[in-house]
Design a protein around this ligand. Sequence first.
Ligand code: PLP
Length: 449
Amino acid sequence: MQNSTLVALDRSHLIHPVTSFRGHEQQGVAILQSARGAYLTDRHGHELLDAFSGLWCVNTGYGQDSIVRVAAEQMTRLPYATGYFSYGSEPAILLAAKLVALTPASLQHVYFTLGGSDAVDAAVRYITHYYNSLGQPFKKQFISLERGYHGSSSVGAGLTALSNFHLNFDLPLPNQHYIASPYPYRNPLGNDNAALIQGSVQALRDKVAQLGADNVAAFFCEPIQGSGGVIVPPVGWLKAMETACRELDILFVVDEVITGFGRTGPLFACEAENVQPDLMTMAKGLTAGYAPMGAVMMSDRLYNTIADGAAREAVVGHGQTYSAHPVSAAIGLEVLRLYHEGGLLANGMAQAPHFEQGLRELLAHPLVGDARSRGLLGALELVADKASKRRFEPSLKLSERIAAAAYRRGLVFRAFGDNILGFAPALSYTSGEFELLFSRLRKILDEVL
Ligand code: PLP
């Protein structure tokens, strides 16, 4: 089909995620055709180096033949198996057991979802069930971070603290509350990371005190805030928040949808700080984007309370037709094999210093105020004035101009509205691909200067 016809059909009929409907009607869409390794190709044959792993998910890179093979085999053998009515499938059971072995010891039970939003949604529902089963139905207030992103389910979009997800959606809900994010570059206390961590802990204590110590159910956080602008907290922050949650007797929920599966170095960011969450959500790198799948994992304490509580003989009424889909699960098993035996995790860790150095070198560029990263998750923050860290006027549409220049020069990353450029290259990146990334990026920044 002609490209122009496809673009017209897209404008007329396809609603895109998190997009201005009217803006989309005018701008249209770049239609992608194929992908291999770290490269995407659009329908005009224009090649793009993907420095964002799709949407921070294709951690393995594109065109991994073994994943395709495993998916085809599973589709041929058993394309679907319900998890309802005491049925199951081998790949789903094996993947659940593998995740239990690979995540912090606190997490012993897995519920599979279709992605991250419904993993967060499931977490909220299980937490609600848990406190009701425990005989503490008053514990229903939820706290998350400003600039946090926890998907866009009806409940999760209120834990998300980004205004677009609330506007005209009647969110946040009355039981959803936020504390400031740990943002080193914009830390009012300067470079004092210990004070920043202490400030977060105090903010959580204050919020819990304000809501009533007995009323708070849980604190949700990303180890590194992704969609909020790749905000990398100081090392030790996650552990400090875990400790604070224990003291305050609230559940500690870590959303590893972006940070999981080698994105920050270890398989999960929790590992680096020896954190033992009560619940963990994950998606994206679980299947590396080759098929939809997410998961929520929970501790024995939650599981047993739900099992033995109010619902002892009743069913726990949470489920989806495609929970634990066998094709996605088979892909997940192969993706995990590639991270470990396939050497992707090791390559990601070996390449991370080059990535960090490339970002840091751009600090000398007149537009760049901050360069930050952990593992292969990083960002540049562009400012109008480095001394005051003043942001560019939105009317300059700098992010839009950067995104357009990047496309022309064959590079994909994410230009956030407030002039933060986010990067999440695949764990399969080579040194040559990092060189290409940074040489193209420098030209793009020069072009829009
Ligand atoms: N949680 C976090 C931390 C995310 O980054 C995302 C998506 O980017 C989600 C949840 C929602 O995941 P999904 O888009 O798969 O629904």
